[in-house]
Write a protein that binds this ligand. Structure first.
Ligand SMILES: [Zn+2]
Length: 106
């Protein structure tokens, strides 16, 4: 049986100082966040299907989409956990090992 599914997560990237929030109608602290979705097989072999950065008001959580390239250019490290990005590579590795051992042992 193949176990698979989709999930999503939100990562706080950084504070973005005070900005005027149109929903709160006053100055609010804003944050840069990353919202991403990932799909997985057997909970381990995962890959990211979509991601979007937002500038959001800390109080009402409303805000704007940010340009992905601009945000990522300023990131020191990728905020998405390694397994969510490259879990699929373990599956590729396992298949490769299986193929190699089949070739060696006939
Ligand atoms: Zn607000």
């Amino acid at each position: 049986m193949i176990i698979w599914g989709m999930d999503s997560d939100v990562k706080h990237i950084s504070g973005a100082g005070l900005n005027h929030c149109e929903t709160c109608e006053r100055k609010r602290p804003f944050n840069v966040i990353l919202q991403y979705r990932f799909a997985y097989l057997y909970y381990i072999f995962a890959w990211v299907t979509s991601k979007q950065y937002f500038l959001t008001c800390e109080v009402c959580q409303r805000g704007w989409k940010l340009n992905q390239k601009t945000v990522e250019a300023n990131l020191e490290q990728n905020p998405i956990p390694f397994l969510h990005r490259y879990g699929w590579s373990f599956l590729v590795g396992l298949v490769a090992l299986f193929v190699i051992s089949t070739l060696i042992h006939g």
